[in-house]
Write a protein that binds this ligand. Structure first.
Ligand SMILES: *[C@@H]1O[C@H](CO)[C@@H](O)[C@H](O)[C@H]1NC(C)=O
Ligand SMILES: *[C@@H]1O[C@H](CO)[C@@H](O)[C@H](O)[C@H]1NC(C)=O
Ligand SMILES: *[C@@H]1O[C@H](CO)[C@@H](O)[C@H](O)[C@H]1NC(C)=O
Ligand SMILES: *[C@@H]1O[C@H](CO)[C@@H](O)[C@H](O)[C@H]1NC(C)=O
Ligand SMILES: CC(=O)N[C@H]1CO[C@H](CO)[C@@H](O)[C@@H]1O
Ligand SMILES: [Cu+2]
Length: 617
């Protein structure tokens, strides 16, 4: 009888993918090597070439990354895992840059599926932002030009290719990009080996030890094997002192609620201090004992192991996080083996409570736009629109430099959606309807992803600046994103706001910046430092972010009301859709370019066509 019940439950949970707390099952082969493998630290990517603009003195660093297949061993007694990663590793190599130094990163596709690369956390110009249809086919490369002009922060580069972002990211295309800001040095945070990248993911394996693919998933891929930096359940030897732990949740569908406990005193959650998030330093440090981190979010924590010398600390994950599925060991993450000696006692001081001044937008009480994230007709949609719905997918047109409040709403108790808005850093104003409000470390941060939990409504405020152009916003559950919970906004250009720009970057599909066929002549030092980098340097693409911001502020100071396009402050989904149809003609340029470029992909083409018939109203 008892057995029958257990069987029934398991059967039920498999069939209906209901989240059952404490689920004992494995989807993957049973993993037995807990805490037996060291935490891998992704190696730093060396700069290949560098160029200094002779007039402005501005530096551009050039990196080159190959996207290529590789193998790894996850289950020591089963076959290898076939992966595809940046430079053949996962996470990819860590790119380290100084604030104020621009970069060009050339991504070369030596794999078998098309890619697009998004540098998450960067306000890149639209053609370099990883627009989903801006594909690089196998045998092609694309040069991504990045500003690095924002505050220091932990960014990450990852795939964003239309309809198969989940596959590409899951099979390995994700890496860290750490921008150092000299302003942070005054805080004396742990450095070097005491500053540890922590890239979370959750995957599922087949009986032969290879990865189970998310390709045919349409709901979620929660995964039952928890990885840190690509290694399931690793250990890290630490010294009894402070560490800076830089968390990124790179999982496809799993949100985490992390906590730490001493192996000899389970049940007691150890304290730590949250100091940074998506846009870098928090305003004030926040003490916590649980860290909620959803997909694509970054949080940096100062963890002091001093009190745990010669003992072990395990990082755990709560069960019942949002509506995510639990499996046998999804409540475990990794182990810290704390030694008895400190080799370097520097940068181990108290964490100040005041950390930084956030560039928070001026408060506003109105809601400018409302977006409903829901499931409809077997697809994931935003205000009824999918990304494939090309005619309607521009859901907002904030005039450049305006501040808007967006209200994000769920439509179900069954799913959560981490919502990522490209280009901007936003402030979370409120969260209502669910179990929690704005978390203390969210309240002290500017973010680019916010978890819209089950039953929640979240309001975010951002200034749509400094650039104009077309950018995406979407759910960062990559299965939802691919199917097809993604839309766009067009930060509209101002005719003249007092800052002359020599080049326009409005269209993410502009032919000039598209991928090119690999040609050895374009890979020589002479070409790159003599032609390519001087060309980028001469664009003034990221010339004077501060001056642009100031010119935009001054522009609006001299106007009592906003420009015409901003006149209606409340745009319901209908208004947004109606207004977007007025830009139809300009739009078709992007559409046709997208279609041409993806003509080799029947999947994309058929989907684009099918949505025209599916279009509502
Ligand atoms: C997890 O799986 C192992 C191996 O099958 C089993 O012994 C253990 O009881 C399971 N743990 C939980 C929490 O169900
Ligand atoms: C800590 O964990 C390691 C590896 O699992 C083990 O060898 C060691 O005995 C543990 N130390 C303590 C103090 O429990
Ligand atoms: C720690 O330091 C003590 C005293 O200097 C030394 O005897 C011991 O070997 C060190 N232990 C380790 C693990 O380095
Ligand atoms: C975006 O807005 C600009 C004006 O700022 C316009 O020229 C362009 O065509 C728009 N793009 C799309 C795709 O609507
Ligand atoms: C704004 C919104 O759509 N809220 C919904 C969130 O989910 C709950 C439970 O399904 C609904 O009742 C709300 O209407
Ligand atoms: Cu979602």
């Amino acid at each position: 009888m008892a057995n029958f019940l257990v069987f029934g439950l398991v059967f039920f949970s498999t069939l209906f993918t209901a989240a059952i707390a404490g689920d004992s099952e494995w989807l993957s082969p049973v993993y037995t090597e807990f805490y037996q493998n060291p935490l891998p630290i992704p190696q730093d990517k060396p700069v290949k070439y560098q160029y200094t603009n002779p007039i402005t003195g501005k530096v551009i660093k050039y990196f080159e990354i190959d996207i290529k297949p590789f193998q790894a061993q996850v289950y020591s007694k089963l076959g290898p895992v076939n992966l595809v990663g940046y430079d053949g590793m996962s996470p990819g190599p860590t790119i380290r840059v100084e604030k104020g130094e621009e970069t060009v990163v050339r991504f070369v596709n030596r794999a078998s599926m098309a890619n697009s690369v998004h540098l998450h956390g960067s306000n890149s110009r639209a053609p370099f932002d990883g627009w989903a249809e801006d594909l690089t086919q196998p045998g092609q490369y694309k040069d991504y030009y990045y500003p690095n002009g924002q505050r220091g922060r932990t960014l990450w580069y990852h795939d964003h290719a239309i309809e198969h972002t989940a596959e590409n990211a899951y099979f390995g295309q994700a890496g860290l990009y750490i921008m150092h800001d000299p302003d942070e040095d005054r805080l004396g945070f742990p450095k070097g080996t005491y500053d540890v990248p922590m890239v979370l993911s959750s995957k599922q394996y087949k009986s032969n030890g290879d990865l189970f693919s998310p390709a045919s998933e349409t709901v979620s891929l929660y995964g039952d094997v928890i990885h840190m930096n690509g290694q399931p359940w690793p250990y890290l030897k630490v010294e009894p002192r402070k560490y800076r732990l830089r968390f990124l949740n790179a999982a496809v569908s799993r949100a985490f609620q992390l906590y730490f406990e001493k192996d000899t005193k389970t049940g007691t959650k150890l304290p730590f201090t949250v100091v940074a998030s998506d846009s870098g330093l928090l305003s004030t440090s926040v003490s916590a004992s649980t860290l909620e981190i959803s997909m694509a979010e970054r949080y940096e924590v100062i963890f002091d192991f001093a009190a745990y010398a010669n003992s072990n600390v395990t990082m755990r994950n709560n069960r019942d996080v949002q509506a995510d599925e639990d499996y046998n060991s999804t409540d475990k993450v990794m182990k810290f083996i704390v030694g008895g000696n400190v080799t370097d006692p520097t940068n181990n001081g108290a964490v100040p409570s005041a950390l930084s001044t956030l560039d928070t937008p001026a408060p506003k009480s109105t809601v400018d736009r409302t977006f409903k994230f829901e499931r409809s007709g077997g697809e994931w949609v935003i205000n009824g629109v999918t990304f494939a719905d090309v005619k309607n997918r521009i859901l907002a047109k904030p005039p450049r430099g305006t501040t808007e409040v967006w209200q994000l709403e769920n439509n179900s108790g069954g799913w959560s959606h981490p919502v990522h808005i490209h280009l901007v850093d936003f402030q979370i104003i409120s969260r209502t309807g669910g179990k929690r409000g704005v978390l203390p470390y969210e309240a002290a941060a500017l973010k680019d992803v916010v978890l819209l939990g089950v039953n929640e409504k979240v309001k975010v405020i951002a200034k749509y600046a400094p650039w104009d152009g077309v950018y995406m916003f979407h759910c960062h559950n990559l299965i939802h994103e691919d199917h097809d919970m993604m839309a766009a906004f067009n930060v509209s250009a101002l005719q003249d706001f007092g800052y002359p720009e020599t080049t326009k970057f409005l269209d993410p599909m502009e032919q000039r910046w598209r991928s090119k066929t690999i040609d050895p002549a374009m890979f020589t030092e002479e070409y790159i430092t003599g032609t390519l980098l001087p060309m980028f340097s001469g664009l003034d693409a990221y010339g004077s972010e501060d001056k642009i911001e100031k010119a935009l502020d001054d522009y609006y100071k001299t106007r009592t009301t906003g420009p015409v396009a901003a006149a209606s402050t409340v745009a319901s989904s209908t208004t947004a859709r109606t207004s977007s149809s007025t830009t139809l003609s300009t739009f078709s340029t992007i559409t046709s370019a997208a279609k041409t470029s993806s003509s080799s992909s029947t999947k994309t083409t058929s989907k684009t066509t099918s949505t025209t018939t599916k279009k509502k109203d």
